[in-house]
Write a protein that binds this ligand. Sequence first.
Ligand code: ADP
Length: 664
Amino acid sequence: MFKKILIANRGEIAVRIAKTAAQMGIETVAVYSDVDKNALHVASADQAVYIGGSVPRESYLNIERIIDAARATGAEAVHPGYGFLSENPTFAEAIEAAGLIFIGPCAKAIRAMGLKDAAKALMEQAKVPVVPGYHGPKQSNDGLLREATRIGFPLLIKAVAGGGGKGMRRVDTEAEFSRALASAKSEAQGAFANDAVLLEKFIPSPRHIEIQIFGDGESAVHMFERDCSMQRRYQKVIEEAPAPGMSDEMRAQMGKAAVRAAEAIGYKGAGTVEFIVDATEGLRPDRFWFMEMNTRLQVEHPVTEAVTGIDLVEWQLRVAAGEELPMAQDAIELSGHAFEARIYAEDPANGFMPVTGVLGHVNFPSGCRVDSAIQSGDMITPFYDPMIAKLVVYGENRSDALAKLSQVLRKTQLVGSQTNLGFLIQIAEHDDFSRGCIDTSWIDRNVQKLTSDNAPSQAVVLSAALAVLTQHTAPNRLTGFHLWHPLKKTLNLLWKGQKIDFYAELYPDRVVLVSNSSIGTEKDALTDSQRFDLEYKVSGWWFGPDLLPEAFWLGNKIWVCDTASQVFDVPDPLDWVESLGTTADIIFSPMPGLVSNVAVMAGQKVEKDATLVVLEAMKMEHVLRAPCDCIVKEVLVASGDQVEAEATLILLENLGLSLSSGHC
Ligand code: ADP
């Protein structure tokens, strides 16, 4: 076995590989770019080598730098992970030429599967069913159009060098064909410097089911299927194993076809054979067709690990080091059910735009496998994939596993960046998904509903309000403690520009909030004049039988982690004072300070502009005045009191206040 390997990757896959290597007593070398110098993947390895700038081509795609790093550290083999150079045959060759071992298939096998047209031709020879279509040399508009009419519509145009759905277009009618072809070709040229395309019949009710295979260079075994039909624009979102509705007969046939595909190219290492399945009449053994083979570990490999108990990275290391396949086909067993959800820093409400930013607080729950390289304080940069984590759950059966998935997603706390967590929860808890009734277009058909921008629930707003009260610290039992009388305050929040006001009375271990706003339309909406009696108990703040979700301060915003994070702005108290105008009947402290003088008593009639309270704060004297003629209803402070921001100082009858400042 190797003593030391280099991991030519970053992020969660680099961390994941280092973990297995450590368990096997193999030392690891990480490589990193400028922006990654404090990344978790660097800390997870035994050694780390800087390889260049943050742009991938200067570092993680820089073959020379990676090989130099392996040589300099004495690594014997290189694991490419996935993405970056993992399917680049030139890289595999360069590694071997440098006298190192590439932990993956040989360059020839990568090349054989690299172009979709050549791969399909090879698979036809190996008697693997391929999607009907055209993958010949003709590339002219007229020639392809003739083929398209022969195949029939709808069909797919695919870039032969394609990946990630790029250069792919669905065409429903002959009239749309030429324009779609031109746009597919230009996208393919831009992305892959190769504008060749192939045509495929569009399979109705398509399900994406793939088979994990593992070869030793001659023979291969399979580790059953993964269903990756939950996709958005041809990108996988949630994967599972086994596939819902899969019969033993179909599984055996798909497994055999995948093994034939691997053996046809003398495949060594972990690979995935992807099939498209026509599920119009459920899963049928005569309705699956080869799409492509990925000659590397897949992002979704953990679901296979969960249902087989196999560590695929361990197998990769063993086979690359020259050992035999660790298990024979009949010893590999499938048990239980697993899901993987991919959490991204992206904004589903804004067309799933990737977002960047600092994740001030990151907390993943127990009860699941978390593959992630993101920790609290880490930055999502524009340089790499915005994936934050993959959560993998396992259950005895599909419904157990799905219940766990929704639970762990709900308990995940990500503060500081928009994420797709809420979107994933909506999917995980959808009836169609729990019945296994989905196909690859299900998300696109339901996207509006899955991404609707839901107003915060009562519990979320209450939690944010408590966070305002406790000012930049986590809500705690001391909130509201006051020796003589309950502290009274008004507080206000903004949710997407919408004002939410509360009147609060604070007692030891208790807060009464009275809402002065309405928000939301569901049954959980907050309405005007609603009264909430909140109680502090050991684990946090409760409203009746419910523990309120946790809230976090980040800068001047409050994030509440519920189904998805909801963000609230906390207006500057000084702005707020001015915005209150003359309708307020509460005089409150605009900032923390010392009450240097209380000029009025309860029951006293005062004239407009009369001084009510003088406050010293920030080396300034702030005079709080009556906005017009009024009666003082209650005086809640005395001269010499230290008051917090927003503390209620005086209650007036009907009227408001004005504020003027002058130097002390
Ligand atoms: P890429 O390599 O760009 O990811 P694939 O060939 O793997 O492209 O296809 C991506 C996705 O497109 C599949 O998972 C499936 O959802 C859909 N797809 C591909 N081929 C077909 C087809 N012939 N009919 C219907 N859907 C298809």
